[in-house]
Design a protein around this ligand. Structure first.
Ligand code: BG6
Ligand code: MG
Length: 218
């Protein structure tokens, strides 16, 4: 990790700014039940931060389906997920999320979203925080999903900053992998078993200390 000043913060969305994981889980569980696929909360843990298509591959766990069936299953899962999001509002921001975003803005940092979700723009609108970000990279921005660095590199390009000057706030193992692969400062949210490979780790978004992050990059 080069010692360069942090100029930008890239936020993952699901699990960092809002907790949509339960909705993703319920939508996958309903699909799995309907299709007779074994699935439970523990299996769902492996899906955190993973794109819709890669998640379905994990849910299928080796069961072969044709292309049309694969597309139909993805559509059904997403339809249910979107239904579950219907009542989302600013009340669904995680504790400390808005405060952290505001603190970053007050420090003059550029801000982006780097989310694997194609629903990210809709979720940001429902949370009423779209206008706080200078760039949004989501599940439609790049071909290759996390753990590849592509999404975060695209966010840095949109912000017109060098990757080494970016900090990434992530709750998923795949997301921390992606931040490290992008050469960025990785800030993990959650238990060490999941994000212990990040440069810095906090149990929750509310615990994140921006000054420590900025000092790490200085
Ligand atoms: C990530 C979630 O943010 O987005 C994953 O952590 C999800 O659980 C992925 O699969 C893709 O989301 P979507 O909304 O495009 O299906
Ligand atoms: Mg996440």
């Amino acid at each position: 990790m080069p010692d360069v000043p942090i100029r930008a913060v890239i936020f993952d969305l699901d699990g960092v700014l809002t907790d949509t994981a339960e909705f993703h889980y319920r939508a996958w569980q309903e699909l799995a039940d309907a299709e007779g696929l074994p699935f439970d909360r523990q299996a769902n843990e492996a899906l955190r931060g993973v794109s819709r298509a890669d998640s379905l591959r994990l849910v299928l766990a080796g069961r072969e389906v044709d292309e049309a069936t694969f597309a139909r299953m993805m559509a059904e899962k997403n339809e249910r997920y979107v239904e579950l999001l219907a009542d989302m509002s600013p009340d669904d921001l995680l504790p400390g999320a808005l405060e952290l975003v505001e603190a970053c803005r007050d420090r003059g940092l550029k801000l982006a979203i780097g989310s694997s979700s194609k629903n990210a723009p809709m979720v940001l609108d429902a949370l009423e925080i779209t206008d706080r970000f200078d760039a949004i990279a989501d599940g439609s921005t790049v071909e290759v999903a996390k753990p590849a660095p592509d999404l975060f590199l695209a966010a840095a390009r949109s912000l017109d900053v060098e990757p080494a000057t970016c900090a990434v706030v992530e709750d998923a193992e795949a997301g921390v992998d992606a931040a490290l692969a992008a050469g960025m400062l990785a800030v993990g949210i959650g238990p060490a078993e999941r994000v212990g490979h990040a440069h810095l780790r906090y149990p929750s978004t509310a615990d994140v200390d921006l000054e420590t992050i900025l000092a790490r990059g200085a």
